[in-house]
Design a protein around this ligand. Structure first.
Ligand code: HEC
Length: 144
């Protein structure tokens, strides 16, 4: 899912106001071990994003790219048993997950370019697209 900015802002508005009280997220059932593994992965996703931002602030773009590619990008797929987990997900959830990995790999490229060009805007735009996939999936699905 590639959300346009107005739709993204509308989504943010809805989740930050009382609308979220009606929890319309689809509940997805995973075996306990798989669920624990997925949530541990999620916490690492958040940690990776925080590391990326800290590295961008000190202009270490190559290291930021490495973290994006290896922990969130297409290269991360083998590490977290993604194929196995994806089989248990509804199709839309799989698609958002795969868009997220693609967006992370795209960001890994543009953040290296930022180092060369000195222009951070394209990388920030790609980082935003990456985070929109986190938001899209969280708005649609839950495990608890
Ligand atoms: C394909 C779907 C999907 C994507 C993409 C996704 N998440 Fe999640 N994430 C979930 C689900 C489902 C939960 C469980 C939510 C619930 O049950 O309330 C979750 C939970 C989490 C949690 C809580 C973990 C815990 O210990 O309870 C964090 C943190 C998190 N996600 C971070 C991220 C970040 C950061 C990204 C983007 C880089 C991301 N997620 C992308 C589906 C996704």
């Amino acid at each position: 899912m590639n959300l346009r900015l107005p739709m993204y802002l509308a989504l943010l508005f809805m989740t930050s106001t009382g609308f979220a009280q009606d929890d319309t997220r689809q509940k997805v059932e995973f075996p306990q071990m798989v669920q624990q593994h997925m949530l541990a992965n999620m916490r690492d996703h958040l940690l990776a994003l925080s590391e990326i931002q800290a590295l961008m602030a000190v202009a270490d773009y190559d290291k930021a790219a490495q973290i994006a590619e290896q922990r969130l990008g297409l290269s991360s797929l083998d590490n977290h048993g993604a194929a196995h987990m994806a089989q248990m997900m509804p199709k839309e959830m799989q698609e958002i997950g795969s868009e997220m990995h693609k967006a992370a790999s795209q960001f890994a490229i543009s953040v290296v370019d930022a180092g060369a060009s000195g222009d951070l805007k394209p990388a920030l735009n790609d980082l935003s697209k990456l985070m929109q996939q986190c938001v899209a999936c969280h708005a649609a699905f839950r495990v608890h």
